[in-house]
Design a protein around this ligand. Structure first.
Ligand code: ADP
Length: 630
């Protein structure tokens, strides 16, 4: 029937799927994590027996053991069953107590021998060699952290791999004298366990070639307590050599780093040791055994052996000292010059300098200071420019104000001349009268005295008019001083009083009952008052009423000094109220429109305000407020 033929999907899809599968496998292989780098260990667990010589926490072996344990766990492709045993007998001279320990191990591992035994240090190596037949006849062994002189070559089998080190005392003593050429005595700290006694002899042998150059003091017969006492009072040019201190002459075992820590705390001389396990806290440094190098070789051998390789095939040369390394803090403490260090030395634990430690903070602070300095200098420059501009503006204002005063003086000239004329006229009249009286046979001296007093008064009035005018027109720089506003305003009113009189305008001045102390320039403030009063006189002159009045008053309002200038004129049209202080605003045919603009500038320069309003009773009222002093 006519249905569509089944598409040969498998025929097309199969090659595609195969390619896809191959690609996936390729990707999987490429990204397959190495077993050593974190893949979960698989298969049967491998039993690893770690055998310590003195205890789990005896340096330097404990440091080797710790690193090896960690690396084994990290690198092993199999799950590990790590078992640690300690051969405490190495601490004692008497090997008798080994038997029960052997029995214990035998019963423990009977029928379930470990897959590998790793021994740390010579005593453990000797032990496993000695009891191998009884305990682990078939088990491969890695003997590590053992000095090559202590390897019992006769006891080795094909089932053993040795990772040994080489203690080169002579090279190390040489390195001490290189670093501290003035050294006169080397005090040697080596304990009293059998192993330590062996090393004492070796060290003595290797010290022989140096004996002409430096004296050696051996602390092997002392308890550690006595060693501490000696170390605290060593003569100058002495150094301490820290060999081993597992058990002291008093039979006390010293675990961990407690002994060296105590020695370091009291010693008055630098401590040297070729064991890296003590470096970084207590010793100066020098050529040392590298824990990393020995551990790496041990772990590598152990994994190869666990993987099926024959131990005899893994041959490793004794490992010598690594290139010299020194602790910067100790060099500083003992005043050891870096130039004395052997070529190729590495200096560790260098304390960062202040700059290194606080590099970014210092940089940040410096940047902030720089930005701040730039800002400050910018602001200072700006301020300087503003000052200049202000000075210029003030000078212009002073110029303008002076011009304004000159024009006011022009307006006042007639009335002032009239006032002067009046005084001079009455002086003349009085003088003539007095002359006539003096010609009479019996002149009334009392009356002549009164006439003379009048002459004097008129003269003073005329002088006062001239003084005021001169003051008003003098070209003086702005002079800010503390003034009593009542007097300043009164004087201005006095200047203009003749004009008011000439125009038949009543000019009243009502000063405040208390003095009004303000800071300001007298001439400028008087000019403001003058302008306001003259405008007021102009305004009242416009109206044809009986009441042609201008009142000037001073007082205190809102804790400020206040000057009021009111008039009975027509007032200011509401539309113009906000314009009257603008420059060139005038409603007068001969007006310039600068008087109030100058007045406002002067008042504002005195930190005050000037306002205007229309009085309800008619006329304008100008109000000036200035800050009071004290
Ligand atoms: P000018 O006196 O040359 O016109 P001002 O700046 O002193 O310049 O005054 C500006 C304007 O303000 C005056 O033309 C006037 O219209 C108005 N004015 C000032 N004082 C008074 C006043 N007391 N009464 C009414 N109008 C005033």
């Amino acid at each position: 029937m006519g249905g569509p033929a089944p598409i040969a999907a498998p025929n097309i899809g199969r090659p595609v799927a195969a390619v896809w599968l191959c690609a996936c496998l390729l990707v999987w292989f490429i990204f397959l994590p190495e077993p050593a780098s974190g893949a979960a260990p698989r298969g049967e667990p491998k039993r690893v027996l770690l055998l310590h010589s003195f205890g789990r926490d005896f340096r330097p072996w404990s440091e080797f053991a710790r690193t090896i344990r960690e690396e084994l766990e990290r690198q092993s492709p199999w799950p590990l069953d790590l078992q640690e045993q300690t051969l405490l007998t190495a601490r004692f001279d008497n090997p008798v107590p080994e038997a029960p320990f052997v029995d214990y191990l035998r019963s423990l591992y009977q029928g379930a021998a470990p897959d590998i035994v790793i021994s740390f240090g010579a005593p453990a190596a000797r032990f496993v060699e000695r009891f191998r037949a009884e305990l682990f006849p078939e088990t491969p062994m890695v003997l590590t952290a053992v000095e090559q002189r202590l390897v019992n070559r006769a006891g080795l089998t094909d089932n053993d791999t040795v990772i040994s080190v080489y203690n080169d005392f002579s090279a190390f003593f040489g390195s001490i004298l290189h670093v501290l050429p003035d050294t006169q005595t080397i005090a040697v700290v080596i304990g009293a366990s059998p192993l330590e006694k062996f090393w004492l002899d070796e060290a003595k042998r290797e010290a022989k070639p140096f004996e002409g150059r430096v004296a050696f003091v051996w602390y092997a017969d002392l308890s550690f307590h006595e060693i501490l006492q000696r170390a605290a009072t060593l003569p100058p040019h002495t150094v301490l050599f820290w060999g081993l201190m597992s058990v002291d002459a008093a039979g006390v075992a010293h675990e961990g780093d407690l002994a060296l820590r105590s020695l370091h705390a009291v010693a008055n001389a630098p401590i040297f040791s070729f064991q890296e396990a003590f470096f970084g806290q207590y010793t100066v440094g020098g050529p040392m055994h590298s824990i990393g190098a020995s551990s790496e070789k041990t772990v590598n051998a152990a994994i190869r052996i666990l993987g099926g390789e024959k131990p005899a095939n893994i041959k490793i040369e004794p490992i010598g000292f690594a290139p010299p390394r020194y602790d910067w803090r100790e060099l500083q403490h003992w005043g050891i010059s870096e130039s004395n260090l052997p070529a190729g030395s590495e200096i560790l634990f260098r304390e960062p300098t202040f700059w290194q430690r606080y590099q970014w903070q210092v940089a940040l602070i410096a940047a902030v200071i720089l930005v701040q300095a730039a800002l400050i200098s910018g602001l200072l420059h700006e301020r300087h420019r503003r000052r200049l501009a202000e000075v210029e503006a003030r000078q212009r204002l002073a110029e303008l104000a002076r011009v304004n005063r000159y024009s006011a003086a022009g307006e006042l000239a007639t009335s002032l001349a009239h006032e002067l004329n009046q005084s001079l006229g009455s002086i003349l009249t009085n003088t003539e009268t007095a002359e006539l009286m003096l010609k009479s046979p019996s002149p009334d001296l009392g009356e002549i005295q009164e006439i003379l007093a009048d002459i004097r008064r008129d003269d003073q009035r005329a002088s006062e008019v001239i003084r005021r005018l001169r003051n008003m027109l003098k070209r003086v720089p702005i002079e800010v001083s503390q003034i009593n506003l009542n007097e300043t305003v009164g004087e201005a009113v006095g200047i203009v009083s003749a004009l008011a009189e000439g125009r038949a305008v009543t000019l009243k001045y009502v000063p405040a009952s208390m003095p009004l102390r303000v800071k300001g320039d007298t001439v400028q403030l008087q000019q403001v008052v003058l302008n306001l009063v003259m405008n007021a006189i102009d305004a009242v002159s416009e109206v044809q009423t009986e009441k042609r009045e201008v009142i000037v008053a001073t007082g205190i309002a809102d804790e400020q000094a206040e000057i009021l200038v009111g008039d009975s004129g027509p007032g200011i049209a509401n539309d113009h109220l906000k314009d009257v202080f603008e420059p060139f605003f005038t409603t007068k045919t001969q007006g310039m429109g600068m008087g109030l603009a100058i007045a406002r500038t002067i008042v504002e320069a005195h930190h005050g305000q000037i306002t205007v309003e229309n009085r309800s009773s008619g006329g304008a009222l100008f109000r000036i407020r200035l800050p009071l002093v004290g």
